[in-house]
Design a protein around this ligand. Sequence first.
Ligand SMILES: [Zn+2]
Length: 307
Amino acid sequence: MRCAYHPDYHVPLPPSHPFPMAKYPLLFQRLRAAGWLNDAQVLVPDEAALSDLCLVHTGHYLQQLADGTLDAAAVRKIGVPWSQALWRRSRLAAQGTLMAARAALDDGIAGNLAGGTHHAFPAHGEGFCVLNDVAVAIRVLQRDGRARRALVIDLDVHQGNGTAAIFEGDADVFTFSMHGERNYPSRKMHSTLDVGLADGIGDDDYLALLRRHLDDILATFVPEIVFYLAGVDPVRGDRYGRLALSDEGLRQRERCVLEACGSRGWPLVITIAGGYAPTPERTAELHAIVFEEAFRLPLQPRACAAS
Ligand SMILES: [Zn+2]
């Protein structure tokens, strides 16, 4: 399995900032040290082309990001201070998801050691999200004729509000979000299927709901590619999550998604989305689980009919 990563996914933030930026290099180093990821498996992205980003985001918003002319309220809503490095980082991560999507169409599965920034809307960012990488990748694949029907499985604890808004009413893109009902964002958008969870839910209830809804979706919608937002913020002890998945419950969740897609031969793109464990090391440990499980799968190269 190939995975996209760039050292500049990491951008220095003030020490007191709540976003665990260190999780990106820590996740990469962890997968490398464990022998899961060798040089040939690493996809190194360039910055996403503006012509691709424009398929989702407005020219005005992209111009403000490029020029550093977002007003103070817009920067506050994103929650991360603007810098040229942040703009570059956002474009690298978007391109990483696109590269992983193309690799998944060729190989059956691929990942980005970032991405899943699902709170980004066409004309603004919020909740630590600047660009909606998954939406951009879907629109690029559609434009290039590589895939039309896409399924987004978003298991980050926060609703994928930006993604839901971008694809609302689009019959070619099924957006599934399972999230804390009382958690951010307070104003939810309309995914194709939203499953709101009560605070404190644990492994058994969570996994039963996931299996039931995944079965329903997979029985009715046949995608050409699946994007998985494997946020680890539903795990017990997360600073923002309010749910109570165990490490083993998380591992079962990842197997459930991997097996559902793998058994049907659907190309799967893994993005990491959110995770706010007490330390960045612990966050990276949790993010590594989906990749560990994916690396264990037998790789089945696909005939690339659409390319
Ligand atoms: Zn989240």
